[in-house]
Design a protein around this ligand. Sequence first.
Ligand SMILES: Cc1ncc(CN)c(N)n1
Length: 229
Amino acid sequence: METVKTKKFTERLFENVKPIWEKNHQHPFVQELGKGTLDEEKFIHYMKQDYVYLIDYSKLFAVGVMKAHDLNMMGNFAQTLHETLHFEMELHRQFAAEFGITREELEATKPTPVNLAYTRYMLNVAQNGSLAELVSCLLPCAWDYWEIGKLLRKQYGEHLSTNRYAKWIETYDSEAFGEGAKWLIQLMDELAEGKPERELTILEEHFQMASKYEYLFWDMNYYKQDWPI
Ligand SMILES: Cc1ncc(CN)c(N)n1
């Protein structure tokens, strides 16, 4: 008997988000980072903003621990929280040290309107929504960065030795980061399993919204936007 392969929910998400992610991948911030030509001030703006973004992003994993369905899932959220604080944010601390920025200065960064709107959106869903909603919100952050890491390695990998931002590409293209993204993709599929279309639509809205915030985040840093007053 012929078996019909049903499409995974994340395959649907990936197909529909392509136009947004393509814009993220072609954003001048991303492309110039890949080439190593990105203006230092723009990168510093990003490093500082991203550091405080990641403090809030880590809290989403803590909510994941609270809402996890079993010990295994709880452990995975706890591990991802740990890796964000000690692996991903270490990248920012290292770059900051290179640019003469102290840890205190990094941590004291005030989030810009876009940064605040993005993290508040996710934290609101995390606290008031289901576990599936939480994962749909935080997934683009992990997944699209992994895609960008792989893409920049493919496009500009030959010139990494002369790219001052090489460590950034190596981090997001790394096996460790990819494993985290793959776990979240798999978890999204498990949590979406058997859900009615009404609920899947809401999950997809969060996924698309977070993906659009990713674009705004690149733009905000490229143009060094901050509070006008
Ligand atoms: C804004 C943003 N989005 C995603 C990532 C990858 N965790 C990040 N560091 N910053």
